[in-house]
Design a protein around this ligand. Sequence first.
Ligand code: OKP
Ligand code: ZN
Length: 344
Amino acid sequence: MRTIFSSDHRYQDGKAELVHGTLEPCYEMPRRAEIIHDAVKAAALGPIEAPRDFGIEPVLRVHASGFVEFLSHAWSLWTEAGREYDALPLNWRAPGMRMDRVPSTVDGLLSYYSFDAGTPITAGTWRAITASANVALTGAAIVNAGERTAFSLCRPPGHHAGSNFYGGYCFLNNAAIAAQWLRDQGAKRVCVLDVDYHHGNGTQEIFWTRPDVLFVSIHSDPIAEYPYFLGYADETGAGAGEGTNLNLPLPHGTDWMGYAEALDASCRVIEKFSPDVVVVSFGADTFETDPISQFKLKREDYRRMGARIARLNRPIHVVMEGGYAVDDLGLNTATFLAGIAENA
Ligand code: OKP
Ligand code: ZN
C-alpha cells in the first residue's frame, strides 16, 4: 500500500485550545503525523510519497468560495488587527440570529465560519491544510488509476469541516474533497465510511442531499459526545439523498464486541450500495487510552477492523482523521493498514 505524506503538516502547530474552561496545549499536534509516518515506514507497508499539487479547484467543489477565501486570509487579517497569539473565535450565533450577514472584521469572521474554540488558526494553517487536501487528492488519484488501496496521511484532519464552516481541529474536509474528486473523475458511486470516534458532521453536511455519495459513520453517541448536535441514528439524508446517510452511534465504553457488530452492519449496507470506491475516514481515537475519547478498542482490534473493510472487496482509500493517544497512534494506524493490506 502506498502512503502519501507531506511534511508541510508541521505548519499547523496551534498553541492552545479551550478545554475544561482553560487554554490547554492542542491535542491535535504535529507529532501525531510524524509518529504515524515513522510507524508506516518501520512496518514496510510500501513506499511513502509526496503529494502532487491539484490547485484550489477540487477544494471549491466541496467548500464555499467565501469560506476558502476566509481561510486563506484569516491569519493576515488577524495580524493586521494587531494580534500575535493563535486566532480563536469568541462567540457564535444563537437560534434566531442571522446568517445572511457576513461580518467585516476578523473576530466576526472567525465567529461566522467556526463552530468551536478548539481549532486555532495560525501563521501556517493555510499551508498545512492545502497540503493535507493535496495528500488526500493524491491518494484518490492512486486508487482512481487502478490500485486497490492507498493511505493519505492527512494532517490536519478534515471530517468536522463542512461546506461553509470549520471546527473540531478540521478546516478543509480532506475525505470529502477526495470523494468528490473521484466522482468528478467518473466514479459513479462513492462511499465515505467514517470510523473516527467522533461523528463526521462536516462530511454528512456536504453529502446530505446526494444520492451518489453514501456516508456511513460509526461514532460515539452525540447525546453525550462532541459534536453533540449531529450524528443521530434518525439522520438518513434528505431530498434525492434520502437513504444514503447512515449513522451508528455507540455508547461510551464500547469495546470490540459492540464495535464489530456496528462495523458489520455498516459493511452490509455498503455492499448493497455497491460503491466504485470506499473512502475511509480513519481515526484511531477509538483506542482504549485516547485522552479525549471513551471507546475501548485495543491494538489488534484495528487489524480486525481493516480486515473487515478489505473484505468489502472494493478499492479502498484511507484518509487519516483523529487519534490523540500519540505514543500508540503510529502502531494503531499501521496495524489497521496491515489488516487492510493482508486482506485486500
Ligand atoms: C477531532 B477528530 C474543544 C474540545 C472539543 C474537539 C474534538 C475534535 C475531534 N476544545 N474537542 O474527530 O478526531
Ligand atoms: Zn475524532
